[in-house]
Ligand binder design. Structure first.
Ligand code: 4AD
Ligand code: MG
Length: 433
């Protein structure tokens, strides 16, 4: 009934002529009251529109407007009026007003806005605010753009399981759970399932949650995050870096088109667009840069948050760090045949102190080479039986990568914390709401 009642919306109103009658549904975002007139800033899926309620036009219904609390769901009818003083230059002078669902007094006060903990305890309500609204719309557009990029380039979308039996990215961050009589884990990455699927589809991608029992409380880690991953058969390390830089460039330019208004609301300006190829530096060069800056790090050590910050401060566009040492990468990474102490792998780093946004590289596709590597790293080959077995049946050289949705969104929008980039964040200290 209400959906068919609506014949316009906050955005579409601007296409209507002065004097046209429109019917809208939405929520009262703010209210400004005067004795004879009440101004409502109404919110719907498309944005905001000013409603003007006057005693003169609404008669006894004017009382209903006065009594309706903010966040009440409403259905209104009114006349389109262009007025320079109205936000957006147009407003609706109400001829009818109905409360579809009333609201209690809104608990999110101005002083509550200053407490992030309170705001996240009430996240089921605070997501209605203009800032979360904009961020979540941009997030939706980011995932849409990634989907577009992959489908335009002949990738097949697959869906991998969430319950799994062995680690992709090391045991330290595995969530363990009871699975009837057995032990299972929550997936850290769909990579292994993608590797199986490339022997059917050549190019596959997933967009789905990954889980990490990251105990460290950082502004860049969630325990549950959304992972954009792709895997390509017959592709070498350089080929996959090309995909990563194209994907990121595509996402950024599409976001400016799709949600430019929301991006400007959050950052003040549109996103800076990039053109591939991105700069590539070797891990060795990265170590040199860090050591020159006085950072205490030796060749062979992994980058922590401080090193990533110090390194990426030196760049103002995204860049790759390539050729990480074998010891600091997962077992599946292909060693460089010319220099077996390093891998054919890379991280894409966001500039300006941000750091890692993707990890990827070429995989070991040879059965015996992978078996030896698993043993050499002290892992149990029986845990990787099916993963090994796919290498006995025509597994070509292949490469892939993973990119965290919230990580990228936090960088692009310069958000203070990664939890701001997701609807209901999960961190070591937050499992509610
Ligand atoms: O670097 P990671 O751990 O790599 C993998 O999982 C590979 N198996 C991916 C692949 O090759 N298919 O994770 C990839 C990306 C990171 O660069 C980061 O953007 C994001 O996933 N990520 C996280 N985002 C939020 N919270 C966390 N705890 C994250 N851990 C990784
Ligand atoms: Mg990584």
């Amino acid at each position: 009934m209400w959906l068919s009642y609506r014949n316009s919306n906050s955005k579409d109103v601007k296409n209507k002529a002065e004097g046209e009658v429109v019917r809208l549904i939405g929520w009262i975002f703010t209210k400004r009251e005067h004795p004879e007139k009440i101004f409502i800033n109404m919110r719907d899926r498309y944005g905001y529109i000013q409603l003007v309620a006057s005693k003169e036009m609404l008669k006894e219904k004017f009382k209903d407007v006065r009594e309706a609390n903010v966040e009440s769901a409403i259905a209104v009818e009114g006349v389109v009026k262009y007025d320079k003083r109205a936000p957006g230059g147009v407003e609706i002078h109400l001829t009818d007003f109905k409360v579809v669902a009333p609201a209690d007094i809104w608990p999110v006060t101005l002083s509550a806005l200053k407490s992030p903990e309170f705001m996240f305890d009430k996240r089921h309500l605070t997501i209605r605010g203009p800032r979360s609204r904009a961020v979540l719309l941009i997030r939706s557009a980011l995932i849409q753009s990634a989907f577009e990029y992959f489908t335009k380039n002949d990738y097949v979308m697959i869906n991998a399981p969430t319950f799994i039996t062995s680690a992709v990215e090391g045991g330290a961050t595995l969530f363990e759970l009871k699975y009837f009589g057995d032990k299972a884990y929550l997936t850290q990455s769909a990579q292994f399932y993608e590797e199986a699927a490339i022997c059917v589809f050549e190019k596959v991608f997933v967009i789905q949650p990954s889980f990490r029992a990251e105990k460290s409380r950082t502004r860049k880690h969630l325990t549950e995050f959304w992972h954009i991953e792709a895997e390509v058969a017959f592709a070498e390390h350089n080929d996959i870096m090309r995909v990563e830089e194209e994907l990121l460039s595509y996402i950024v330019s599409r976001l400016n088109e799709l949600v430019g208004e929301e991006i400007k609301y959050i950052r003040g300006d549109l996103l800076k667009e990039f053109t591939p190829p991105f700069e590539k530096i070797s891990y060795d060069e990265a170590i040199e840069i860090l050591q020159k800056k006085g950072v205490e790090i030796e060749w062979g050590e992994d980058f922590g948050a401080d090193e990533e910050r110090a390194l990426s401060e030196e760049f103002d566009e995204p860049f790759f760090v390539t050729g990480y040492p074998v010891e600091i990468r997962s077992f599946y990474h292909m060693p460089d045949p010319n220099r077996p102490e390093v891998t054919l792998s890379s991280d894409l780093m966001a500039p300006g102190g941000f750091g890692e946004i993707t990890s990827g590289g070429q995989r070991i596709h040879d059965y015996n080479a992978l078996l030896n590597k698993i043993k050499k790293m002290g892992l149990d080959p029986s845990e990787y039986e099916w993963y090994l077995e796919i290498r006995r049946y025509g597994m070509p050289p292949h490469s892939g990568f993973g990119m965290g949705v919230e990580r990228v969104l936090r960088w692009l929008l310069d958000l203070p914390h990664i939890r701001d980039a997701t609807l209901f964040p999960r961190t070591p200290s937050r499992l509610y709401p």
